[in-house]
Design a protein. Structure first.
Length: 91
């Protein structure tokens, strides 16, 4: 099990990117959260199987219709097991 911290930039706010991120995480059994940042990026933390996390990130590069992902900064961390589900956080 691994943990990844993501910072996603591009056209990722106002295009249902957080809902898409949450939906895809649930498909892969990933636990964690996603939220908008004030600078226009989206931040997400996910925990789960490393291969499934990689598949999730591939999906995030595609994004929902209307989104454009320019970059995803990935910070891989040790698994902490602190989440019970995947949720959308609001400022």
């Amino acid at each position: 099990m691994k943990r990844v911290h993501l910072f996603i930039s591009g056209r990722v706010q106002g295009v249902f990117f957080r809902a898409y991120t949450c939906e895809r995480a649930e498909i892969y059994g990933i636990k964690g959260w996603v939220k908008n940042l004030y600078d226009g990026r989206v931040e997400a933390v996910g925990e789960g199987d490393e291969e499934l996390l990689k598949e999730w990130i591939k999906d995030l590069w595609k994004g929902p219709p209307g989104a454009r992902v320019d970059n995803i900064e990935e910070i891989w961390e040790e698994y902490k097991g602190e989440f019970k589900k995947f949720e959308i956080k609001y400022f």
